[in-house]
Ligand binder design. Structure first.
Ligand SMILES: Cc1cc2nc3c(=O)[nH]c(=O)nc-3n(C[C@H](O)[C@H](O)[C@H](O)COP(=O)(O)OP(=O)(O)OC[C@H]3O[C@@H](n4cnc5c(N)ncnc54)[C@H](O)[C@@H]3O)c2cc1C
Length: 638
């Protein structure tokens, strides 16, 4: 166990408990600034509060409703508008539509291999085993999966998978999947409260009995009184400067809330850098890091370095090859080529760029123009459309791409049969948690996890709810805790220093990209921690422009969450003195068998603590599949 000195987590400052009948008195400070520090708050009771309305939260809520309960779902955006809608390429299930040899143990074995055997084998097996049923269920609920000519659910290749296992709806899989889940949730009349930001769980460190937040449209405080909270609030990839996530999702809310409530975080050093994010000035800032789906490589897209000038390259792939752009994956992965694991391809690109063979924007070229334009339009409609809007015809010319922070394998440590976190009444699911993906995620497995584990968690939570949970009361202790948080939020909104929260968020993103990015080492990580302390000190000088409904305030709250995960990522990346999967230490470039251990983080008043935990062994059928050594025959694709 490594004990780490205390740190001030976050930017908000808590005042004394107080307030009468749900109203808070104005708190100190400069009255002349005209800001109203009073926060009105509503008390809302529910048997189960589901925080997050992406695929994971929606699937949990459906299961709860089907068990006869009426959970309340909250999310930061409008109903149906969650990060999940951006998932593009597909969802894995060993259906065997095209490759009948495929089976769940092979899916599990591929997942463990890709996760470099840090995964929780039980989590992997539950996901792989349940997925065929979850796909059939989504199909029954109306999800419009692509079909084969004979009417089966079609499946495509995805990186590092032995068979065609990825079910899809063009390149809009997440969007259509969430629509399907939301339709189902609406048919079950599951209540949903939009535009709610949860900022703290009511916890004494051993038990959670509610949550506190605010309505982002009115600014009013909200106290949710419940004995069961399911955290389905996503990951933390948006904390990085270049990322493929929606900017205002995936700021680390789930991990920060859970850690502060007394739960454990697991393997937070593992951040997946997707090899193909958009880079280059011609796309404009708003597109920096946005994902070019893996489906492009799945459908045969090839990567070329830039030993050709960008202007020649814009003449099309023929010009590119003719002038010497090298298909560099032949050097890194001659068998799997572009379809090797994401970490391998991302590092290969980073290496090409580092050695001067990248584009001037720090990327390489991805080209699918050798395939028939109609085929490309049919299989990759969103990509074609997006690039067309930017004046680029991907059926004729290459895209400029480079690694982008895409997914966080690390997260809340749970028991995958139940979603339990070790803090009574608190459960977690989806990208918020860690365990299925180990050191690196297999593409298509995240959507799979949301529904496979979401159903199990919903089912378990429904069994925990008792008749008393329908009308929980608000204790004095809870009220005091809640009011302290409301006052802290009021103080934060009243911040009148010189530094805009957005500027600090950007600085934090840059810090993580530079110090805890694709290539890491001890000096850089220690430096990152020093810079993090400096950055945290600057939060004393925040200036929030606008009230609690403003973007500025939202950024300030996001910053408080991202600061927590940034420290955890830097600490755990420093602690893991080996390279494995997505975590690459240039000073420890080898995988160390002794490090086949999970890294757990806990927090208390004295700061963060790190502990190691051994990894369990997979079951017999999965061991057999691992021994069989299945792998993709890349030449299927040629
Ligand atoms: C561009 C892109 C493409 C992808 N493509 C694929 C793919 O093809 N296949 C695949 O398997 N995976 C893919 N992924 C990953 C996948 O989309 C996500 O891992 C998955 O959707 C996560 O779902 P979730 O329900 O756990 O979280 P999310 O969809 O992130 O939902 C989180 C929810 O929590 C809410 N929330 C967050 N914080 C708070 C708070 N403080 N208070 C209240 N509510 C809060 C949000 O508003 C949201 O409703 C992709 C990811 C990206 C970025």
């Amino acid at each position: 166990m490594t004990k780490i000195p205390p740190a001030d987590h976050g930017v908000s400052t808590a005042g004394d408990a107080g307030g009468v009948d749900g109203r808070l008195p104005t708190q100190g400070g400069d009255e002349a600034d005209g800001r109203d520090r009073e926060v009105a708050y509503d008390v809302i009771t529910t048997p189960v509060l589901v925080i997050g309305a992406g695929a994971a939260g929606a699937r949990v809520a459906i299961e709860l409703a089907e068990s006869g309960l009426e959970p309340l779902v909250v999310g930061k955006r409008d109903y149906g508008d969650a990060h999940t809608t951006w998932a593009a390429g597909g969802i894995n299930a060993a259906l065997g539509s095209l490759d009948p040899e495929d089976d769940w143990p092979i899916h599990a074995a591929d997942t463990l291999n890709e996760g470099h055997h840090l995964n929780d084998p039980e989590a992997v097996e539950l996901t792989a085993k349940h997925m065929p049923d979850r796909i059939r269920e989504l199909d029954e609920w109306g999800m419009s999966f692509a079909r084969t000519d004979d009417g089966k659910i079609n499946q495509r290749y995805f990186g590092a998978q032995s068979y065609r296992r990825t079910c899809f709806v063009g390149d809009r899989t997440g969007e259509v999947m969430l629509e399907t889940l939301i339709d189902r949730a609406q048919a079950l009349e599951i209540p949903y409260r939009e535009n709610v930001m949860i900022t703290r769980l009511l916890s004494d460190g051993t038990r959670v009995d509610g949550a506190v937040g605010f309505d982002m449209e009115t600014g009013d405080g909200l106290l949710f009184r419940t004995n069961h909270v399911v955290l389905a609030a996503g990951g933390f990839s948006a904390a990085y400067r270049r990322h493929s996530s929606r900017d205002d999702e995936n700021n680390g809310d789930a991990q920060a809330l859970a850690l502060e409530a007394g739960a454990r975080l697991l393997d937070t050093e593992f951040v997946q850098f997707h090899p193909t994010g958009m880079v280059g000035e011609r796309y404009g800032d708003e597109w920096d890091g946005r994902l070019v789906t893996e489906a492009v490589r799945g459908e045969g897209g090839r990567l070329y370095n830039a030993e050709v000038s960008a202007s020649d390259a814009s003449g099309g792939s023929e010009a590119l090859s003719a002038s010497g752009g090298e298909r560099f994956m032949e050097r890194y992965s001659p068998d799997q080529m572009e379809l090797d694991a994401r970490d391998v391809v991302a590092r290969a690109i980073a290496q090409e760029v580092r050695e001067g063979r990248g584009t001037e924007h720090g990327g390489v070229y991805l080209d699918i123009s050798h395939r028939d334009p109609d085929y490309i339009r049919e299989r990759l409609p969103t990509m074609v459309e997006r690039f067309e809007d930017l004046g680029i015809d991907i059926t004729m010319e290459p895209m400029e791409v480079g690694p982008t922070a895409h997914y966080t394998m690390g997260g809340v440590d749970i028991d995958f049969r139940t979603g339990e976190t070790g803090v009574e009444g608190l459960y977690a699911v989806g990208e918020a948690v860690a365990g299925v993906h180990g050191a690196n995620r297999l593409g298509g497995n995240s959507l799979a996890e949301t529904v496979a584990i979401g159903k199990l968690v919903g089912s378990h939570v429904s069994e925990q709810v008792t008749a008393d949970d329908d009308a929980p009361t608000v204790s004095d202790g809870q009220r005091a805790l809640a009011e302290r948080e409301f006052r802290a939020l009021a103080d934060l909104a009243a911040s009148d220093g010189d530094v805009a929260p957005r500027a600090l968020l950007e600085a934090l993103g840059e810090l993580l990209w530079t110090h805890a990015g694709i290539l890491r080492d001890e000096t850089g990580l220690r430096d990152g921690l020093d810079r993090l302390a400096e950055l945290r000190a600057r939060t004393a000088d925040l200036r929030v422009d606008g009230d609690r409904t403003s973007r500025s305030f939202e950024y300030a709250v996001n910053l408080s969450m991202s600061l927590v995960v940034a420290e955890v990522v830097l600490r755990t990346a420093l602690e893991r003195t080996e390279s494995r999967g997505a975590h690459y230490r240039t000073d420890y470039p080898e995988t160390d068998p002794a490090w086949r251990q999970n890294l757990i983080v806990t927090a208390d008043e004295s700061g963060l603590s790190l502990h190691r935990r051994g990894v369990a062994e997979p079951s017999e059928p999965v061991r057999a599949a691992l021994e069989e050594g299945y792998e993709l025959d890349y030449h299927h694709l040629e």
